[in-house]
Design a protein. Structure first.
Length: 374
């Protein structure tokens, strides 16, 4: 296995970088079904709660060319995805039809330009197609042009596309929204997204009519299960499973939204879904064994979440597979506002991964997930 990249210490919290080279086969076998759009009533309710009044300014339009520089300086500074030479994360479709975060290097530019580039990377056969890792592709229609991206005072990213944006496969409609939303809201300072095409604000998607009357946020979910549960009886959590890259050597992580009974504590529910494993047919792999048990989840006064697990397969809590531990870290971060996590396994406070990192000490999710080779 490839060693972890260098770790930066941030006070008592270590910044964990996800390793790349892992076994191509699943830890405990691969569960393998296509992810279909959720039922109509679930779709409408998820999108209804995906925005807030503060985010949707209603009349806020894409910035005219002469205004872009001023807006970038005033409103979008906090939304700059990366310094020159660093990386940014975009959501691309993998070979299993799922959206996954992928870390890319983009050209040097101002914050607004880099936001445009991050969306341009989502264009099928676009300018950055040759820069994508093997097995990944953008979901925006070929020929789509990102005309502008601006960020208002309410941290709403307003995106304007050319008319080619409308030329998509109807079955890809929700996936397109997820890719755009999760890519932009992954940037610091952006909480929601609003879409325009050729100077006209979209109130619904052109083909299937998914409503866009509110700002899109990550509460819309991603990679939803084939069979959704009405939201009146459930809530949504997002967990991270692993998958093998086409080269059979590298491993990457994929977020999946699950519905759980309403009223359950989100972190505990998310971790139990992680233990339950992925649905069949989507290429995702089990990251834990069927014997893994969640004993407790506790948030400390210092903000660190302590996750206590039991699994007799790793009795000494040493050389535990990276996928097991890192999926926990990513899942906690996703459902607890990027909180750092420390893991207890079989009652032991030292939990060493196969990358020689002690997950018994506080670690946080990586700044860039899935740094895959081209």
């Amino acid at each position: 296995m490839k060693h972890m990249k260098q770790i930066r210490n941030l006070s008592a919290v270590c910044l964990l970088t996800v390793p790349l080279a892992l076994s191509g086969c699943g830890l405990f076998g691969s569960e393998s079904a296509a992810v279909d759009p959720p039922p109509g009533e679930v779709e409408a309710q998820m999108l209804e709660v995906s925005g807030t009044t503060e985010l949707d300014s209603g009349v806020f339009a894409p910035v005219a060319p002469e205004e872009k520089e001023a807006v970038a300086d005033k409103d979008a500074k906090a939304a700059a995805p990366a310094e020159a030479g660093e990386r940014t994360t975009v959501f691309l479709e993998d070979g299993n039809g799922l959206l996954a975060p992928v870390s890319l290097s983009l050209p040097k530019g101002e914050s607004s330009a880099m936001l445009k580039d991050s969306l341009t990377a989502l264009v099928s056969k676009g300018a950055y197609a040759s820069s994508l890792p093997e097995g990944f592709q953008g979901v925006l229609p070929a020929g789509t042009e990102v005309k502008s991206v601006s960020v208002d005072k309410d941290k709403l990213a307003v995106v304007e596309f050319n008319s080619a944006f409308n030329d998509y496969d109807p079955l890809e409609e929700r996936k397109i929204l997820e890719a755009i939303t999760w890519t932009l809201t992954g940037q610091e300072g952006i909480k929601g997204v609003q879409l325009w095409v050729e100077g006209k604000k979209l109130t619904e998607m052109p083909l299937l009519g998914i409503p866009l009357d509110r700002a899109l946020t990550r509460s819309m979910g991603i990679n939803l299960p084939k069979h959704g549960t009405p939201l009146m009886n459930s809530s949504a959590v997002t967990v991270y499973f692993s998958a093998a890259a086409p080269d059979g050597v590298h491993q990457y992580y994929v977020p999946v939204t699950r519905f759980v009974p309403a009223g359950e504590e989100p972190l505990k529910a998310a971790l139990n879904e992680l233990i339950a494993g992925p649905e069949s047919g989507n290429g995702l792999e089990m990251v834990m064994t069927q014997e893994t048990v969640l004993d407790s989840v506790k948030a400390g006064q210092n903000g660190v979440v302590t996750v206590s697990l039991t699994d007799d397969m790793f009795a000494d809590s040493k050389n535990v597979p990276n996928e097991f531990l890192e999926s926990v870290v990513l899942t906690v971060a996703q459902n607890a506002e990027d909180a750092p996590v420390q893991i207890r396994l079989n009652g032991k406070e030292t939990v060493t991964g196969s990358n020689n990192i002690d997950y018994g000490k506080p670690v946080s999710a990586p700044e860039y997930v899935n740094e895959l080779p081209l």
